[in-house]
Design a protein around this ligand. Sequence first.
Ligand code: B4P
Length: 252
Amino acid sequence: MNAVFHHKNSSPKGLVLRISFNHFSFLLNKLVNEWEKIVVFCTFGFVEFCIHQQHFTTSTAMFNLILFGPPGSGKGTQSEKLMARYSLKHLSTGDLLRSEITRQTPLGMEAKAIMDRGELVPDEVVIGMIQSCMDQVPNVPGFLFDGFPRTAAQAVALDHLLQQKNAPIGVMLALQVGEEELVSRLMKRGETSGRSDDTNEQVIRARIAEYHKKTTAVADHYRQFNKVVDIAGEGSIDEIFDRLCSEIDSRK
Ligand code: B4P
């Protein structure tokens, strides 16, 4: 500022011009110094904009649906009926993992130990399985994701996979069922299913706790795009199916 006061043009008008010029140079200098931060900021902004655009752009080619809910909420049961009605390609990570277990693959053996503790299989394993299944069926009317995504990282990965197809998630239907009802359904299924993760009440409760800890974040992710619809998941299987269908029909 000293330079301003000792400058030969020290009339009030000159002073104002000088101060403005100095202020402008200061800002320009700061801008040049901080250009790297600005480029990074703009890049992140652009990526975020693209993800938001993806969620608000409706594709006429595909309809993708996530059936969401805690273990035992009826995702598998309702998926069977939904894929029959809407000809969607059903992708269940639970079924894919159980098929690996049955075939006794190394992945299946590793997954079984994790599933028997009621924990989630690592993200990279399930994301890889889903990606390879999606690649195998390029021309389908849409996907019905059952039990996937189950973590925030899986949701972001799914968004990326669907972005490549220019076909975002149409809706997430979230089945709401009370904890005691979930435990009772899974214990009952355990009597006949042969599923080792259904026979022990402690494991079932651990799965429900894992859902609250890691999986509810997935609904928060899609809620920001206004894509989540809660569905009452107690009642007869057909009643719940009708509730699901009326939500889908209002969006297709
Ligand atoms: P999943 O196979 O996804 O199965 P689930 O959550 O146990 O059951 P679902 O909700 O499909 O219930 P269902 O219709 O069968 O997961 C199993 C395990 O795999 C996980 O714990 C995890 O370890 C692993 N896993 C899967 N996906 C993963 C991922 N993305 N990331 C990491 N790990 C993953 O219904 C249950 C029972 O209720 C059935 O017996 C059914 O007959 C009954 N039922 C259904 N609807 C009913 C109704 N309306 N009234 C009464 N009973 C009903």
